[in-house]
Write a protein that binds this ligand. Sequence first.
Ligand code: UD1
Ligand code: CA
Length: 425
Amino acid sequence: MIKSIILAAGKGTRMKSSTPKVLHTIFDKTLLEYVVDAVNNTEMVDENFIIVGHQAERVEEYITKVSPNSKCVLQSPQLGTGHAVSMVLPYLEDFDGEVIILCGDTPLITDETLKEFINSHKQQNSDLTVMSAIFDNPTNYGRIIRNQDGSLNSIVEEKDATLEQKSVKEVNAGIYCLNWAKIKSAFGELKTNNAQGEYYLTDIIKWANANSLKVNAYILNNNDEIFGINSKAHLAEATKILNQRIIECHLDNGVQIVSPETTWISPETEIEADTIIYPCCYLNGKNKIGKNCKIGPFAHLRGDVVLEDNVKIGNFVEVKKTTIKSNTNACHLSYLGDSEIGSNVNIGAGTITANYNPLTKTKSKTIIEDEVKIGSNSVLVAPVTIENGANVAALSCITKNIPAWGLALTRAPLKVIEAWVKRFK
Ligand code: UD1
Ligand code: CA
């Protein structure tokens, strides 16, 4: 199995944030986790080394929580990308396989591309493969310098490049695959005699050529995949690109999305065919939506939502950690959280599951069984169960369990004073 090294020690100054760059999120999932997931999903890598520096403890604490096969390695001070990789040397002294290197701030990289990249490295019997990309505007990237015969010569950073080199449009995507045993000694020989006074990882190309090793470039098809995040504007742009990718996939699978421009769907939301998503919906976190459902307009799923078939979630309905069985409607202005809702249920407009006790800071469950009808503007104070077929009259506040087929109502008597208004005329 392969090892990966993910560079994530940089400060990310342009994020202007107290949060480390790689812990910023897209659909509540961190940039670093997108990269780790893409690597793990290749099923070719068994261990990730994450190079941390800036706010190292925070990144490490996070990674230990979410990724059991990742290990953080501290780089302090940060003397460049080559120096960053060399931090892993003590851990891989005897390792005799391939290593891929990538950055923690490129969340749009896919496992398919990484697989293809590693396979191309293997098929060509390469000792070192660099991922490159062709950019109309290559500014700020390292340029791929090729020999007359097209073979790879070196990578030159923008700040070190001559005018002629700057005109090259093939750039270094910052992803590498290398035969560790053959390349590892390069890291002890890198120099800092460059414009930035850093140990450049990119210098391993020249080193490999000088040592008669086999060096190749793999040209990336879809440049979006190496979109790097350096600012909040980049974060917004990456979210948009990822969302478009997800929406195209759902459209291909037969989901109707009325307004792709105003619909946001997280990568971990599954939707079956013939469900319709109306405009302005935000589907965040992990959700599973069945067939023929109608969602929105203006609906908000916050994660851990399971909707069976033919469920309607209408406008201004927020749903979180809730399972809803088939043929149930919640068409208007409701909050359904920490709930289990049966089938053929009607949730009237303005129904609220009061799931949170702010004094004990605990959340409780609401269970609504099959065939129940909840009248408009009711509050169901959890923990509470509304049994099979029971009805809750409009405007009720339900604080205890309601037995099957019963009617529950809490309501002040209606008073009508005849001609009362006329006194003021
Ligand atoms: C690097 C490449 C450049 C390539 C570009 C692609 C080098 C010298 N240059 O440039 O050829 O086109 O990526 O995006 O490698 N990092 C550390 N420790 C350090 C320095 C950096 O962990 O000491 C991390 C950063 O957090 C970041 C990544 O390495 O995730 C890349 O570093 P950055 O300084 O952004 O390199 P670039 O100048 O973009
Ligand atoms: Ca960069």
